[in-house]
Design a protein. Structure first.
Length: 245
């Protein structure tokens, strides 16, 4: 009887172990595996729900491997979810609300992939890095619109404050319009953005955009690269050293 009792106990232990393993495996199977776009959607929702946060970043532009200008820096904050305040070292720059950038990235015109899981070096928070490649036609159309809008802003500005455009100004503007039209006719754009997300808080910590332009100007092939790095921190007013990385 003792022998039977011992073996029965062993059998029961084995059954418990097997049952536990099956249960754990079942939980693992049932738990949905987040795809790359799921992470972006959750990061967007998390940022939209955050009342206050701050950000800093920089943009640099190169042509044929040489810097065209000194990289300009910017910093800003969001309060009451939507109130955006930005300061920049550039005289004229256009900035999008960070949550609008995330909303754009989760659209169907971006192909997303998970690059790696890791740790934030400052806080040791678990992170995931997502790479988003914009479809080439979408990227070209987006930049065509931006360049046309920038030229329109120049067109309505008055260079000398006299209240009217001079003949020279009108001629220069016409030349610029013709040059832009010729450039856009040969323009090719490739753009990708890497997003680092805090997997616990579901908040974006860093965005790194890399965009390449190729076009012809005066019969010569031109290549430009635009890099923008954006760090987000101080969520709900909590100070962070994230920008020092």
């Amino acid at each position: 009887m003792k022998w039977l009792s011992k073996n029965r106990k062993k059998a029961l232990v084995s059954i418990v172990v097997i049952a536990s393993s099956i249960a754990l495996a079942g939980c693992s199977i049932m738990k949905p595996r987040l795809e790359a776009k799921d992470w972006i959607s959750l990061a967007y929702a998390g940022l939209e729900a955050t009342d206050h946060y701050e950000f800093t970043g920089s943009t640099s532009i190169e042509a044929d491997g040489y810097s065209m200008m000194k990289p300009f820096t910017f910093q800003g904050k969001v309060t009451d979810h939507n109130q955006l305040t930005v300061q920049s070292s550039a005289e004229k720059s256009q900035y999008s609300h960070p949550s609008q950038i995330l909303r754009q990235l989760k659209a169907d015109n971006y192909e997303a992939s998970i690059v790696e899981f890791g740790k934030d070096p400052e806080t040791s928070a678990s992170t995931v890095k997502i790479k988003l490649d914009e479809l080439s036609e979408s990227a070209k159309k987006r930049w065509e619109e931006q360049l046309k809008d920038q030229l329109k802003e120049i067109a309505v500005s008055l260079p000398d404050g006299s209240g009217s455009h001079t003949k020279e100004w009108e001629e220069e503007l016409k030349r610029s319009e013709e040059q832009l039209a010729a450039m856009l006719g040969t323009l090719q754009v490739s753009s990708s953005t890497a997003v680092v997300i805090d997997t616990a808080r579901m908040l974006p910590l860093k965005l790194n955009e890399y965009t390449q332009f190729q076009y012809e100007r005066d019969g010569k092939l031109m290549k430009e690269v635009r890099r923008t790095v954006l760090h987000l921190h101080s969520f709900d007013g909590r100070a962070s050293n994230a920008m020092q990385r």
